[in-house]
Design a protein around this ligand. Structure first.
Ligand SMILES: [Fe+2]
Ligand SMILES: [Fe+2]
Length: 425
């Protein structure tokens, strides 16, 4: 028999069968477990869940425990609190079935979402550690545990598109292995939404981001974290991870096809020089090309044992220069999805001015330094000046990239050199 209790009604000895409310609001990765310690109890009672579902038949509590609920004292139960239950309990022994959850996701400010995103990241990190640990022991990946992670990350991006992505980029070196999966998940979701893909595809690509490197569980840590050059043998072990991951995921029936595709193909390159298949332009799916971009972007903007993180602008500038690696048009769309552009990009500002991207700015590289030099209203250059545009900047925003051909800057490299050299700050 299942009881729906308020968090403060839960006691040690009760078997928790689930939580009502949003996945991210409950403080445990597992949803089914026995409450055995005061620490678990404190975490449940301090959580934001609307109700805790307790399986009385599996609990080690007194026979009368939960009777007030069954006797119909609904003020003491979670029932009086939203959300309501379908098939309201009429007599002793019936099970409450929760309604399918309506999950309105409302926009939040950057500061609000940063706090919430930190929780999502922490929880996702623990879940990915768990997932990789299971995979290392040869257990099949449980897709039903991965989907809620992608969903919570997607919700954070819906509330504010930059908060989680900016926060997860600032991972510590020793957190990279696990948080890289979370970061690629977030980048894939944000990118897929920018490309206006179907929301089912968006979620599948989020799952793909979480699972794309699962084949790395077969690689020894000292090889994975080696700061120096890899030997041939070590290199071939590292390059085996897409095939190993694909084989692992193929054992599960509930992994989306997009995740299998991204896992197998995220190290392929457009000129055919990647691995494992050496596939090239025309053979690589959209998902594979998206995966390659998101994977490398997170890798180069993260601190690693062998190199310091690049700023977002520097990363995109470098990636743009690697001819033959990425789908170049798709890379432009990726930059647009983040609102971050390679150095030297012409951008339109909400103030009606044009500017040239100078680089990343701000303590954590979240802001973009722009040299403003042209008025769209006056169709004329103005004395150049610099501004820094952060996700929290309200007075002026970057609207998107502009075409230097449209604005008749015929010799664009010369214009960039002249404007960046001449501007006052
Ligand atoms: Fe990889
Ligand atoms: Fe990766």
């Amino acid at each position: 028999m299942l009881l729906h209790l308020k968090p403060e009604q839960v006691e040690i000895g009760m078997f928790v069968d689930g939580f009502d409310g949003r996945w991210i609001d409950h403080p445990f990765w597992r949803s089914r477990f026995m409450v055995e310690t005061t620490e678990q109890l404190a975490r449940i009672r301090g959580s934001d869940v609307t109700a805790v579902i307790v399986d009385r038949s599996r609990s080690r509590m007194g026979q009368d425990a939960g009777d007030s609920v069954l006797a119909g004292d609904r003020r003491k139960t979670a029932d009086g609190m939203a959300p309501p239950y379908r098939g309201v309990e009429r007599r002793r022994g019936k099970i409450f079935a929760p309604l399918p959850r309506e999950r309105p996701v409302r926009p939040a400010t950057y500061a609000q979402e940063r706090r919430r995103a930190a929780r999502v990241i922490d929880k996702s990190r623990r879940a990915v550690i768990d997932l990789f640990g299971s995979a290392r022991m040869g257990r099949a990946v449980d897709g039903s545990k991965i989907a809620p992670l992608a969903e919570a990350i997607g919700d954070s991006i819906t509330r504010h598109s930059r908060a989680l992505i900016n926060l997860v980029r600032l991972k510590q070196k020793d957190e990279y292995t696990y948080l890289h999966s979370v970061a690629v998940c977030a980048l894939m979701i944000n990118f897929a939404r920018h490309l206006k893909l179907d929301e089912t595809e968006v979620q599948a690509l989020g799952v793909a981001g979480l699972l794309h490197d699962v084949g790395k569980v077969a690689i020894a840590d000292d090889v994975l974290l080696k700061p120096g050059k890899l030997t041939l043998r070590e290199r071939s072990s590292v390059e085996g991870h897409p095939l190993a991951g694909h084989a692992l995921l193929a054992q599960s029936s509930d992994i989306p096809a997009a995740a299998l595709e991204v896992c197998l193909r995220h190290h392929e390159k457009m000129d055919g020089s990647g691995y494992p298949g050496g596939l090239g332009d025309g053979e690589l799916s959209l998902y594979a090309r998206m995966g390659a971009i998101c994977d490398v972007y997170d890798a180069v903007t993260s601190d690693r044992p062998y190199k310091a993180a690049w700023s977002p602008c520097d990363a995109l500038t470098a990636m743009q220069s690697w001819t033959g690696h990425f789908d170049e048009q798709l890379l432009d769309r990726f930059a647009d999805s983040l609102g971050i552009f390679p150095v030297g990009t012409l951008v339109t500002l909400s103030s009606g001015m044009l500017g040239i991207v100078k680089g990343s700015a701000g303590e954590s590289g979240e802001a973009i330094a722009v040299r403003v030099f042209f008025s769209c209203d006056l169709l004329a250059e103005c004395p150049p000046f610099d501004c820094e545009i952060a996700p929290t900047t309200r007075d002026v925003r970057i609207m998107g990239r502009a075409s230097h051909k449209f604005w008749r800057f015929d010799d664009w490299p010369a214009t960039v050199a002249r404007v960046l050299a001449a501007g006052r700050t």
